[in-house]
Ligand binder design. Structure first.
Ligand code: MN
Length: 731
């Protein structure tokens, strides 16, 4: 064995000697040999054999007295990610628990980190906790990060900063949440060293320069506390230290002070045998020094959310320097130092204690799902992190974390981004693969929505598939709005027919100087509102036209005769009949087919009078047409159109195919088209990730029926995932 490896291993062995059973130490050694073999030839940046890293991580965990499975998993934690070792091999050699711990760490390793605003950070932290499932995964991951931070000086500067930022924003707060204060401090200090090297150096230099002064103060107060306790007959120990660098650093910035001005840098800890003695010791301290009002905190009676318990008081020393004293029992101290990890250490010496009855661990139990059904042994072995059981955290392709209700689907994801993203969704990719809309998202999934402006909108099934209220509400809104548009179309057609019967042209009532009075007369804000009401049946077109007719006559009487202007007619083209389109109220006008939705004979259509290019024919469900409906200045430019049954014609229309790549797929597609005697006028392919393509086609068909036949046949071609109608890019 390599000398460096041997040294690391000896250190680990010494740590586990005291508390891990011989049989488990044997398994640990097996794991060492396995890891050494797997990482053979790999080196760390400082040139040492790679396996020294997992051994060091295991040692950090052994210091916290973590159980054998955690230590074995720590030795193997980089095997799946960095070597050819598989999950199955680890199951076979070390059992399912170890394998799952390793798998869990691997998954966390794969989460991509980019710095974000605080809300995103909180989601990322929750995602970490939610992904881990077993809390030991998080503890291993934190120990892994701690060792990486300890050896960070060998890394490139850029990596140092990135890892330090991640440590500061993700790992230190998680360590804090789990109550692992000691590790949290070290993570913060080591990160600060890279994030603000000058600030860190200035501060640590200043502390170093005044080491003697600080040392003297620390010693004097400690001795005074020890003497006071002895005289009061309280058994306990007093520890003194300077606060950790990052906490002083933060005070400097939060209080806008210089390093010299921050006095609150001394920390004393009194550890006693019982809760009663905590309060007795507090009395002794307040006799010796003057307490600062409002700084006494009783975290014994009211523990912090992460389980932390202590008495805190700040007192003023003889030199007028304030300092904090924390008073707690040995058990509380273990919790304060190691947090949730102390759980295992505590367990070692107290095999008979029913953990379920221990008040100290109530906060840990809150992490458990259905914990009342769990027996104490099970509780220790499978501490689950189910704080976020009702949520799921997924990534956008850009790395933003989106927080959704548990069991959410790509539909929920799309609508949480934006209603338009949901309404135009045509397909969804999860981790690079196209998935059904109903598939359930898992923590850490990368979700991507493919959308098309020509999508037909949500289907009613989506309401059943969606889990979030947000998505359901937005889908419902869409249907409400869409119905309104259908109503407008129908109402308008009926209204215009009634107008014609009465010999009134639409332009007569939409003239700028007339329309407001007309709308007032019928009590609607816009013509669309009136059409919608007619379409819905809330108002008959006869009634509307009668009222308008009265108003029109009144206005025309008032208006000077010369002022009656005719609206500019759209340019007329000879042979309008050859277009195969009947335009209501316009005999002979130029007709063209909108490129955005490329209607084919049989589609429900509507005409739009363009400025100078005749009537443009859209499908009634074309998003452009529905969008244009809403523009006030476009009111009155819509006109009913229909297909001439006596003038058949062939039109080019656009299709979009999502396909997975395979040999001669394009040939098969063209074969289908030629079998159906359908002319292909354009074809373009666009490469997507993961061997997927989107293919846009322009085909010529003479009817909707024919088009549907083409769509159905294309859908059957192996490799074709989805076929949509879209706007043809070439016509
Ligand atoms: Mn590692």
């Amino acid at each position: 064995m390599d000398k460096q490896v041997q040294e690391c291993w000896t250190a680990l062995e010494e740590r586990v000697q005291g508390y891990i059973a011989a049989a488990d130490r044997e398994r640990l050694h097996e794991a060492l040999l396995f890891a050494e073999e797997a990482h053979r030839g790999q080196k760390r940046r400082d040139g040492s054999p790679f396996v020294t890293h997992p051994i060091a991580v295991a040692e950090i965990l052994a210091e916290m007295c973590m159980d054998a499975e955690t230590l074995i998993a720590a030795l193997l934690h980089d095997c799946i990610e960095d070597t050819g070792v598989t999950h199955e091999e680890i199951v076979k050699r070390f059992g399912i628990t170890v394998a799952e711990l390793v798998e869990g760490v691997t998954k966390l390793t794969r989460v991509q980190y980019t710095s974000k605003e605080e809300e995103q950070m909180e989601n990322l932290r929750k995602m970490f906790l939610a992904m881990a499932k077993d809390i030991r995964v998080i503890i291993i991951k934190i120990a892994d990060r701690l060792h990486n931070m300890r050896t960070m000086n060998h890394q490139r500067e850029e990596k140092q900063r990135m890892k330090s930022l991640e440590t500061m924003e993700i790992y230190a707060p998680i360590a804090h949440r789990l109550g692992m204060q000691k590790i949290k401090w070290e993570l913060e200090d080591r990160s600060l060293e890279y994030l603000d090297p000058y600030g860190y150096k200035e501060l640590s230099d200043s502390l170093e320069r005044n080491k003697a002064v600080h040392g003297e103060i620390l010693d004097r107060v400690r001795t005074a506390l020890e003497n006071g306790m002895r005289e009061a007959g309280i058994h306990g120990e007093v520890f003194s230290r300077l606060k950790h660098i990052y906490s002083i650093y933060r005070k400097v910035f939060e209080q806008h002070k210089t390093f010299g001005e921050v006095y609150d840098i001394y920390a004393f800890r009194v550890i006693v045998d019982s809760v009663q003695d905590c309060y007795n010791a507090l009395g002794v301290i307040h006799d010796l020094y003057k307490p600062v009002l409002g700084r006494l905190k009783d975290y014994i009676a009211v523990p912090k959310p992460n389980g932390y318990q202590s008495l805190h008081t700040t007192v003023v020393g003889r030199e007028g320097i304030p300092f904090e004293v924390q008073i707690r029992t040995q058990e509380m101290h273990q919790m304060a130092e190691y947090g949730v990890a102390a759980h295992w250490k505590y367990k070692q010496g107290m095999a008979d204690v029913k953990l379920g009855t221990e008040k100290n661990f109530e906060w840990v139990r809150r992490l458990l799902e259905n914990q009342q059904d769990t027996d104490p042994e099970e509780f220790v072995r499978t501490l689950k992190v189910d704080m976020f059981a009702d949520e799921v955290f997924v990534f956008t392709p850009k790395g933003d974390v989106i927080n959704l209700p548990a069991h959410s689907t790509p539909i929920d994801f799309a609508y949480s981004i934006h209603s338009e993203v949901g309404n135009t969704m045509t397909a969804a990719r999860v981790n690079g693969h196209i998935v059904p809309f109903s598939s359930e998202l898992k923590n850490g999934d990368v979700v991507e929505v493919l959308s098309s402006k020509a999508a037909h909108g949500p289907s009613r099934d989506w309401m059943k598939i969606a889990r979030s209220n947000e998505a359901r509400t937005k889908i419902r809104q869409w249907f409400k709005r869409e119905r309104r548009e259908e109503n407008i179309i129908h109402g308008r057609a009926s209204f215009e027919a009634e107008l014609r019967r009465n010999g009134i042209s639409l332009s007569e009532i939409t003239a700028e100087d007339v329309l407001p009075a007309i709308l007032k007369k019928v009590s609607f804000n816009t013509l669309d509102d009136m059409y919608a009401a007619i379409g819905y049946g809330g108002l008959t077109s006869q009634k509307a036209v009668n009222r308008i007719k009265d108003e029109l006559m009144r206005i025309n009487k008032l208006r000077p005769q010369t002022g009656k202007k005719k609206p500019a007619d759209p340019p007329k083209a000879a042979g309008g009949s050859t277009t195969g389109i009947v335009v209501e109220g316009l005999d002979n006008c130029l007709v063209k087919f909108a490129r955005c939705c490329t209607p084919v004979p049989g589609d429900a259509i509507i005409g739009f009078i363009t400025k100078g290019y005749g009537v443009s024919v859209h499908r009634t469900d074309c998003p452009n047409a529905t969008a244009a409906w809403k523009k006030d200045h476009d009111k009155g430019r819509w006109v009913g159109v229909s297909w001439r049954m006596d003038a058949p014609m062939t039109l080019s229309t656009g299709l979009e195919l999502y396909v997975s790549d395979r040999d001669s797929l394009v040939m098969d597609i063209t074969t289908v088209l030629s079998t159906l005697k359908t002319r292909l006028t354009a074809l373009a392919t666009h490469k997507l990730p993961e061997g997927r393509y989107s293919i846009t086609l322009s085909v010529e068909v003479d009817s909707l029926q024919k088009l549907n036949q083409v769509l159905a046949r294309l859908q059957q071609v192996p490799g074709v995932l989805r076929v949509n109608r879209v706007g043809a890019r070439t016509a």
